[in-house]
Design a protein. Structure first.
Length: 112
């Protein structure tokens, strides 16, 4: 049984706009640097322990990857570490950036 839920893109955008979720992006550092959801934090093996120990385990966490596949495993892992409200965003950053380019940080714009 999965400890996380899938979240449709429009619902994820609502949570982003409301500021009531932590967005974590598990893509490679270069992809994250080139473009990401504003306010999201890059999460990888180097900062995962700090994330797991510092974020409220009842906080809504939305995991983002490239297309919504790899984020499922990461979301399951985070949920398995005691987090109660974990989601994998359907479509990943690719869908977000194509559907909501106005809500996307791009390195060339240099503002978040």
């Amino acid at each position: 049984m999965s400890n996380y839920q899938l979240m449709e893109l429009p619902i994820a955008v609502e949570h982003w706009q409301n500021g009531d979720a932590v967005f974590v992006d598990i893509r490679d550092p270069q992809s994250f640097a080139a473009g990401h959801i504003p306010g999201s934090q890059h999460l990888d093996n180097s900062n995962l322990p700090q994330f797991l120990s510092s974020v409220d385990k009842n906080q809504k966490v939305i995991v983002v990857c490239y297309h919504g596949i790899s984020s499922q495993g990461a979301a399951d892992y985070i949920a398995g570490n005691g987090f109660t409200d974990v989601h994998s965003m359907d479509g990943g950053y690719t869908a977000w950036s194509m559907s909501f380019p106005e809500h996307t940080f791009h390195k060339e714009n240099e503002r978040e």
